[in-house]
Design a protein around this ligand. Structure first.
Ligand SMILES: *Cc1c(COP(=O)(O)O)cnc(C)c1O
Length: 364
């Protein structure tokens, strides 16, 4: 017998979503993650005060960090993580960003531009040459792929590589893909941000965010800056929400697989629907956007006519949701008025189809 155990192959993501963040394997250790509700800790330990650290955060961060291939920090919301990542841009910086993306990000960039804090170069993320051309002299490349809600896909490997060559920091919002379908750090991103509210927690019961940095020297330097920003700005998550997110994460692979399979079937059937002008779906993932015949009023009526699908904002939960995005005043104008964003859930696909089909036919 040899002294050291035989090397084991690395555990698959589907195993790590279940096992990571557990207590150490010692007799009597709890199997569920710790839910630690305290604002302070006895002196002489690693953490003094709960604005800078909490064991429940650590459990979630360990799991998400491993899935993305880096070091994760959890925030009180996706926008908390977005704001932290944007804090990496110095005053007067130049940000290359999608012309249409999550409206909170678009609004934040627009406001900071108006305030004279930074310049934004807006690009069509599907035009790889245009994105690369915009990088010269830029400070930060902000990407979302697929974009919300137009589902445009960027050539991440090429544009992230070009950013790195030019010394431009890059951030990818990976909310729609999840680390199971896309790992931007492996493609050259410096920071990945998430609205944990969506697929990672997956049950429409918490608002949370995360930022993940690469496990490299440069990545760890960024993590230190983001951690300091989180501690000082105070956009910290409640332990209960993080505990719920970790519990939700345990089934991420099952939910992503089922919702993605449902979305493929529905996207295919919707392409032939008489009430649908256009279907957007990149061929993977569980978000499908459709443009409804008859304009925004017809789209609103269709959204109100479903029984199984829920007309509500947000996405990535177990339940199927739909929403006309332009009902929100800050939604980018590039989003068609009659566009419904469908977040396909994990219900029976034929029930989803019958409900949606009937609602769409009711407005013909
Ligand atoms: C929802 C969302 C956000 C914002 O996250 P919150 O948790 O709502 O603050 C950011 N990016 C994308 C792509 C989103 O869908």
């Amino acid at each position: 017998m040899s002294d050291s155990p035989a090397p084991q192959p690395p555990l698959a993501a589907a195993t790590r979503v279940v096992t990571l963040g557990r207590e150490d394997d010692v007799p009597g250790a709890q199997v569920g993650a710790p839910l630690v509700l305290t604002s302070t800790y006895r002196a002489h330990g690693d953490t003094m005060y709960a604005r800078s650290g909490n064991p429940t955060w650590t459990a979630f961060e360990t799991a998400l960090g491993s899935l993305e291939g880096g070091d994760a920090l959890v925030y009180s919301s996706g926008m908390g993580a977005v704001s932290a990542a944007l804090s990496l841009v110095p005053h007067g910086g130049v940000v290359v960003a999608p012309d249409a993306a999550y409206n909170g990000v678009v609004s934040t960039l627009g406001q900071r531009e108006e305030a004279g804090e930074l310049t934004v170069r807006r690009v069509d993320v599907t035009d790889t040459d245009a994105v690369v051309a915009a990088l010269d002299g830029a400070t930060l490349l902000w990407l979302e792929s697929p974009t919300n809600p137009l589902l445009e896909v960027a050539d991440l490997a090429t544009v992230l590589g070009a950013a790195r060559e030019r010394g431009v920091l890059s951030v990818v919002d990976n909310t729609f893909a999840t680390p199971l379908l896309q790992r931007p750090l492996e493609l050259g991103a410096d920071v990945v941000v998430h609205s944990v509210t969506k697929y990672l927690s997956g049950h429409s019961d918490v608002v949370l965010g995360a930022a993940v940095t690469a496990a490299t020297e440069a990545g760890r330097a960024l993590r230190d800056r983001l951690l300091l920003h989180r501690t000082l700005h105070g956009a910290i998550a409640g332990p209960m929400e993080v505990w719920l997110a970790l519990r939700g994460l345990r089934t991420l692979h099952l939910r992503v697989e089922r919702a993605g399979a449902n979305a493929l079937v529905l996207a295919e059937r919707l392409r032939d629907h008489p009430a649908v002008e256009r279907v957007r779906h990149p061929g993977w993932g569980a978000i499908v956007s459709i443009e409804v015949m008859g304009g925004p009023e017809a789209a609103d009526r269709a959204a109100d006519a479903t029984r199984v699908w829920v007309n509500s904002t947000s996405l990535g939960g177990v339940e199927s949701q739909l929403e006309r995005r332009r009902r929100i005043a800050t939604e980018p104008k590039a989003v068609p008025e009659n566009l419904l964003r469908l977040s396909v859930g994990v219900e029976d696909v034929d029930d989803l189809w019958r409900d949606l089909d009937a609602a769409l036919r009711s407005v013909l």
